[in-house]
Design a protein around this ligand. Structure first.
Ligand code: COA
Ligand code: AMP
Length: 638
């Protein structure tokens, strides 16, 4: 079939407001909008100003009322506990309404913030939807983050309550969440009034009287009383959630998502981008702690009336490299998406795709990859072994849905390896030079989106309009900067090559090297440090730390390196995958004192590099190269 992409993109370009008003017909509104787009509201305008709606209604009640009550809404597939649990739309609606009642009974209401610190269990999705139902604003914190990270988010979001579970299950390791949560609340200046704790049998959490409530008891009590919360009408422009993401400093950015625009854009993507119909099974193998989990485990599949899979396991080791194919076969998944790193992990264990042959994957139509650049080798391996089309697509926590992709529902475009294909309607993507002028076609520059951003993209940062403007809008007036560099070819295909800031992507997880440097610098024996993201065959990138010790420190360097690794694990979390530290005599700098991180990365990655003209002392780069070679992190030279 030939693609309708160009026709649809042009229709959006000609009249964006009519385009989104048409898409908004797919959503139930309590009150229609006064303006599809109000250019004078907010930081760059607001979508569906004046409208009222409820996201949980559109995800659940609407489908129950219109014939999907008995269809599975959510399947929790958990190889780590060897259980599978399914909820129909009616059951999920009831669970959400009951938990909503519990939350209201402990004093949580419209506009209150609720932090959710939970592993990949259905209660995490139920908690998010219960907040949406009562108009509270959730902020989910990924389980792989340590107590200080959680504390930072608690201090910024100032939640009335925290919803958590006693533990997460990593292969071979039980991660007790309660000590981390208690530690975070001790560290934070803001103290949440209540904690609702779900006890999992693998690790019982100790409770603090007067603050902590037992989840199961509270829900059972509400059920016995027939207590259910109704859907609270909120403004389309009210926040649905805050999701913290890495920026260039230790202070994460609180990305705000609204209710109305979010529903409209996400619902549009399910058919038009992912090519999925209501009633089909859709699986995003990610975590509810990341944006992919918010958008494509919880909200979009439910808005569309699909069956969504919530998977508590890994691509390999739970129990083997066939785990993904088992899930696809058992639940009849028609489209899935995950990070390329997951496929690299599978390919390493099962290079010939032997496990794939053991499963019936007839229902499976399309694989989408995101989170990091999909390297052509990984795409080709997946295509050859799965016999389905494989599409890279590019997006960010900030946008909440793909900026570029291959719109399967509109008719797929030819794949060009290394490109996430073309901008979606809503995104006027430009490549700009440092003076904010569009570059010539095919030249590399910063990928920027001409304002306004489309529905579902962040309207601002939580309680911090000034940081929103300085982080995203001031570099290129009239544009949102993605902080990704790349180019667009003659066919309009985008290529996303690298970040322009110090954000790195480790196993599909977004991390900040600047933040890691702040932690490393806290070590008493460290005089100065640099952290750079270096290429890794499996995880895409991994952080590598360089430390210069204080004068007079005479302990073995290795001892200090081990302590630094432990410090990052305790302060940021295991997810930082910070395992390589090198002690060096001095760091390479420019004459004005800037550390040459880019050159260090190029050396480690085995890329061509030029001696920077402004370097203070060229001999330092030889010293550093020697240390990196010793550690075996220089690509092609190990
Ligand atoms: N809670 C606690 N710890 C967690 C965690 C969680 N939710 N998630 C990860 N961790 C820990 C891991 O156990 C590991 O700890 P270790 O250092 O003790 O081994 C560490 O954080 C690093 O985790 P990760 O980078 O995920 O590596 P891994 O070796 O455990 O798994 C992959 C590698 C590729 C299998 C895995 O990263 C993966 O499936 N990635 C897909 C990423 C993804 O879904 N991204 C979202 C965008 S689509
Ligand atoms: P996150 O906010 O965690 O989704 O990370 C967003 C960042 O990940 C982007 O700014 C890119 O740097 C990178 N990224 C995500 N998807 C892709 C992709 N398909 N190709 C290249 N980079 C990607």
């Amino acid at each position: 079939m030939s693609s309708r992409y160009h026709e649809v993109y042009d229709a959006w370009r000609k009249d964006p407001e009519s385009f989104w008003a048409e898409a908004a017909r797919e959503i139930d509104w309590y009150k229609p909008w006064d303006k599809v787009f109000d250019p004078y509201a907010g930081e760059y305008g607001r979508w569906f100003a004046g409208a009222e709606c409820n996201t949980a209604w559109n995800c659940l009640d609407r489908h129950v009322e219109r014939g999907r009550a008995k269809q599975k809404a959510l399947i929790h597939d958990s190889p780590v506990t060897k259980t599978t649990r399914a909820f129909t739309y009616a059951e999920l609606r009831d669970e959400v309404a009951t938990l909503g009642g519990v939350l209201q009974d402990i004093g949580i209401g419209k506009g209150d913030r609720v932090v959710i610190y939970m592993p990949m269990i259905p209660e995490a999705a139920i908690a998010m939807l219960a907040c949406a139902r009562i108009g509270a604003i959730h902020s989910v914190v990924f389980g792989g983050f340590a107590a200080p990270e959680l504390a930072t988010r608690i201090d910024d979001a100032k939640p009335v309550a925290v919803l958590s579970a006693s533990c997460g299950l990593e292969p071979g390791r039980i991660v007790a969440y309660k000590p981390l949560l208690d530690g975070a609340i001790e560290l934070s200046r803001h103290k949440p009034r209540s904690v609702l704790m779900l006890q999992r049998p693998q690790a019982e959490a100790s409770m603090i009287a007067g603050r902590d409530y037992d989840w199961a008891t509270a829900v059972a009590d509400a059920k016995a009383r027939g207590r259910k919360a109704g859907c609270v009408s909120v403004a389309a422009t009210d926040p649905l959630y805050i999701l913290y993401t890495s920026g260039t400093t230790g202070q994460p950015k609180g990305v705000v998502r609204d209710n109305g625009g979010h529903m409209v854009a996400l619902k549009w993507t399910m058919k038009n981008h992912y090519g999925v119909d209501p009633g089909e099974a859709f699986w995003a193998a990610s975590d509810v702690g990341w944006v992919v989990g918010h958008s494509y485990i919880v909200y979009a599949p439910l808005l569309h009336g699909c069956t969504s899979i919530l998977y508590e396991g890994k691509p390999v080791g739970t129990p083997d490299a066939g785990a993904f194919w088992r899930v696809i076969a058992e639940h009849g998944v028609s489209a899935m998406f995950t990070a390329p790193t997951a496929f690299r992990a599978i390919k390493k264990e099962d290079p010939k795709g032997e496990f794939i042959k053991r499963y019936d994957l007839r229902a499976f139509r399309t694989l989408f990859l995101a989170g990091e650049r999909a390297d052509p080798e990984t795409i080709k391996w997946a295509e050859a072994n799965l016999s389905v089309p494989v599409y890279d697509h590019w997006w960010q926590t900030e946008t909440g849905w793909p900026i570029c992709g291959n719109p399967v529902g509109l008719g797929a475009l030819p794949v060009k390896y290394g490109s996430p294909t073309v901008p979606m309607p809503g995104y006027d993507l430009q490549v700009l030079d440092a003076a904010a002028k569009p570059v010539k076609q095919g030249e590399t520059g910063t990928l920027a989106i001409k304002l306004p951003l489309p529905p579902a993209c962040l309207p601002t940062l939580w309680n911090n309009d000034a940081r929103f403007r300085s982080s995203y809008l001031s570099d290129f007036p009239g544009y949102y900067t993605t902080s990704d560099a790349g180019y667009i070819d003659a066919d309009g295909y985008a290529y996303v090559m690298a970040r322009t800031d110090d954000v790195i992507n480790v196993a599909g997880h977004r991390l900040s090297t600047g933040q890691m440097e702040e932690v490393v610098a806290k070590h008493k024996d460290v005089a100065e440090c640099a952290v750079v993201g270096v290429a890794d065959d499996m995880k895409g990138q991994i952080p590598a730390g360089f430390i210069v010790l204080n004068a007079g420190v005479n302990r073995p360097a290795q001892e200090i390196e081990t302590e630094v690794v432990k410090l990052v694990r305790e302060e940021i979390g295991p997810v930082a995958a910070f395992k390589t530290v090198m002690t060096v005599k001095r760091l390479p700098k420019t004459r004005s004192g800037k550390i040459l991180r880019g050159t260090m990365r190029q050396i480690a990655d085995g890329e061509e590099w030029k001696m920077p003209a402004t370097i203070d002392d060229p001999a330092i780069l030889d010293e550093i190269t020697g240390v990196m070679k010793e550690k075996g992190i220089v690509k092609g030279m190990v």
